[in-house]
Design a protein around this ligand. Structure first.
Ligand SMILES: *[C@@H]1O[C@H](CO)[C@@H](O)[C@H](O)[C@H]1NC(C)=O
Ligand SMILES: *[C@@H]1O[C@H](CO)[C@@H](O)[C@H](O)[C@H]1NC(C)=O
Ligand SMILES: *[C@@H]1O[C@H](CO)[C@@H](O)[C@H](O)[C@H]1NC(C)=O
Length: 375
């Protein structure tokens, strides 16, 4: 009952010889070194390397898809979505489930018998994996697992070809597709009124229209030489020679600048009404598509945005009262491709409660855009 462990232990500690302490420290250091070694090994083993492929696949379909050639048409989108999910399912039913990242159709081309789909394929493998083996198993998975794919369309698994491409080429293909965005790392972006701080390439189609060098309106890139904006931006300031368009995340310094060659305001627009508040601006020369600058998709005239669709309005934070007008209202589809739903028309005062902005509906004026630009 009088057992006093504290005292016993205390006395024991006092009795430790210096060599014991040395030994303990030595062993601790060894344990620490082994832990660090294991962690480094583990991290290295878990490091993944991205493999990008340009892949082609031929298929046939009973349905007549007359508009395959027109990117962002409903037909293009529907077929792309089917093929992309077939490829995804092929990987999900294979041992490469974890390695598959995504596939994206970039175009279709006509063949003698059927259609050829051109697709980007992105996978991630451990960096320890042998690159040649990776190429082989990716191809093998597509050959074998696509056989069970349920159509339509009817795909020919044996027709699959893959070609490794580098990051630069992959980016270039993606930048030439309409409506692609770099992944949304909305991490610790600084909050500003009406939105978050923007990273490079987040809204690559956003442009700033400047009169004598000062920002007046937003605009949206729909093609290398064409912008869409609001008509009211040009009611006072009409001379294209004094306008410039700037691209990139910030207005100053901008990533790219172009003069305007021509401004087309909708014939039925009557200031200050909101009806037909749309204009087109032709750039003095085409902009090259880069990660930070490329175009949005225009929806078909009969494209239906769903009531639950999340819409984003972007701009430069309304430097002037209506500095964001003319800018885009966009929404993405199931493939994460972005479409221009509206043009900020008047008084986009998102920061003020009970004052929703007024937007020009793009689908209603889709045919007008085609009639003026051929797009
Ligand atoms: C696009 O596909 C739909 C079926 O999804 C079809 O009804 C329509 O005719 C096609 N449109 C064109 C222009 O090919
Ligand atoms: C990517 O590939 C292209 C074409 O093969 C080549 O011209 C380019 O130098 C490569 N870029 C890099 C960063 O390796
Ligand atoms: C832009 O549109 C015009 C008119 O349709 C077309 O001729 C041109 O090829 C397009 N440019 C690009 C880069 O798509």
């Amino acid at each position: 009952m009088m057992y006093r462990p504290d005292v016993v232990r205390a006395r024991k500690r006092v009795c430790w010889e210096p060599w014991v302490i040395g030994l303990v420290i030595f062993i601790s250091l060894i344990v620490l070194a082994v832990c660090i070694g294991l962690t480094v090994h583990y991290v290295r083993y878990n490091q993944k390397k991205t493999y990008n492929y340009y892949s082609t696949l031929s298929f046939t379909t009973d349905k007549l898809y007359a508009e395959f050639g027109r990117e962002a048409s409903n037909n293009f989108t529907e077929m792309s979505q089917r093929l992309e999910s077939m490829v995804k399912n092929a990987f999900y039913r294979s041992p490469l489930r974890e390695e598959f990242v995504k596939s994206q159709i970039i175009k279709f081309s006509q063949q003698k018998h059927g259609v050829l789909a051109h697709m980007l394929l992105i996978c991630r493998f451990h960096s320890t994996e042998d690159p040649e083996t990776v190429d082989k198993i990716v191809q093998l998975v597509l050959h074998e697992k696509l056989q069970d794919a349920v159509g339509p369309p009817k795909v020919d698994p044996q027709s699959v070809k893959i070609k490794k491409i580098n990051k630069t080429e992959t980016d270039s293909y993606l930048n030439h597709c309409c409506g692609t965005r770099r992944s949304k790392t909305l991490g610790q972006g600084l909050r500003i009124v009406g939105g978050t701080e923007v990273e490079e390439g987040e809204w690559p189609w956003q442009a700033s229209l400047q009169w004598d060098g000062s920002h007046r309106c937003g605009a949206t890139l729909i093609n290398a030489t064409w912008l869409v904006s609001a008509a009211h931006c040009f009611t006072t300031y009409k001379n294209p020679a004094r306008w410039t368009a700037s691209f990139g995340v910030t207005i100053k310094p901008s990533k790219m600048k172009r003069g305007l060659r021509r401004i087309i305001v909708h014939e039925k627009y009557k200031h200050p009404s909101h009806d037909y508040d749309i204009s087109l601006a032709e750039l003095s020369s085409p902009v090259p598509y880069t990660n930070a600058v490329h175009r949005v998709c225009l929806p078909d005239a009969y494209y239906e945005f769903q009531p639950g669709d999340v819409m984003f309005v972007t701009g430069f934070g309304a430097l002037k009262n209506d500095g964001d007008s003319g800018g885009p209202l966009v929404s993405s589809d199931a493939r994460d491709i972005w479409y221009l739903a509206g043009i900020v028309s008047w008084g986009d005062e998102c920061a003020k409660p009970n004052k929703p902005g007024v937007y020009t509906r793009v689908t209603a004026l889709r045919d007008w855009i085609t009639s003026k630009t051929g797009i």
